[in-house]
Design a protein around this ligand. Structure first.
Ligand code: ZN
Length: 277
């Protein structure tokens, strides 16, 4: 499933080709995604020019301007969604649900499992952030607002174990299952430790670990942007060199203990009982 780094790499991959470009046509072959694609969008969107491609949590926002006014496409990749460029006239494959036609190429939305989302919100770039799906999004971990002091304050009110708390997108966006496990490993904090009982010093380490883990994943993905946007093969979500994720039963890279897999809040957690406390 695409997580924050994958969505950010996708954003960086498509932004240069879309900025200032006019959407000439939009084709919807399958409107039944997580929510229906608005019925009048394919008719109303052409003629709009792309002003910006932004990200909020795991949502991509494609800000558009037309004679009718401003608005933003809200795109979520769901479990299996992809955006990539295709040549004009390229025949659609089975799961290619939406095309946006530009002067020299198509931007194509592909989503086998159809948990993705393509919506439209009229209004300014600022006002789209109050869309119900976006208004409930927590703080961005790669923004200046994300500090150890903020995290300490936020965790002080949480009694449960730290790992599911980090994954709560109403608190903090984009720290999904892989990156929550990896950030805790990097910070040497057990995923079972009560969130409200972690010292400020360790929270400083954790905040830095979250930023470093996400940044490294984005950097790793940056080198595969071409694949990401142009390839028509496998989805190719990149992965960081995992310390613990998906390494149950293997020896920890830092100590001689064995990486463990447990269930927390319905999700798999991977950690090292030797160096995470
Ligand atoms: Zn270890």
């Amino acid at each position: 499933m695409p997580e924050l780094p994958e969505v950010e790499v996708c954003r960086r991959g498509i932004e240069p080709a879309l900025l200032g470009q006019e959407i000439l046509a939009m084709t919807v072959r399958q409107a039944r995604l997580r929510q229906p694609v608005p019925a009048d969008l394919a008719h109303g969107l052409p003629g709009s020019v792309v002003r910006a491609v932004r990200r909020r949590g795991k949502y991509l926002l494609i800000d558009c301007l037309s004679a009718e006014g401003e608005g933003s496409l809200i795109v979520h990749l769901g479990m299996s969604g992809r955006l990539r460029f295709a040549p004009l006239g390229a025949p659609p494959q089975k799961h290619d649900h939406i095309d946006w036609q530009f002067a020299t190429q198509l931007l194509r939305f592909t989503d086998p499992r159809r948990f993705g989302l393509v919506l439209w919100q009229a209004g300014t770039a600022q006002s789209v952030l109050s869309h119900p799906l976006l208004a409930v999004q927590g703080i961005e971990p790669l923004s200046p607002e994300f500090t150890a002091a903020w995290l300490h304050d936020a965790l002080a009110r949480r009694n449960g174990p730290i790992k599911p708390v980090l994954m709560d997108s109403h608190l903090l966006v984009g720290v999904g299952n892989i990156y929550a496990s990896e950030s805790l490993y990097r910070a040497g904090i057990s995923p079972l430790r009560a969130a409200s009982r972690i010292s400020f010093t360790r929270i400083e380490t954790l905040a830095a670990a979250i930023v470093a883990t996400l940044s490294e994943a984005i950097a790793a993905g940056g080198s595969s942007i071409r694949d990401y946007v142009h390839s028509d093969g496998s989805p190719g979500w990149f992965q960081i060199q995992a310390g613990v994720y998906d390494r149950a039963g293997q020896i920890c890279r830092r100590c001689n203990n064995t990486v463990r897999q447990i269930r927390q809040a319905g999700r798999s957690t991977f950690y090292c009982p030797g160096c995470q406390r």
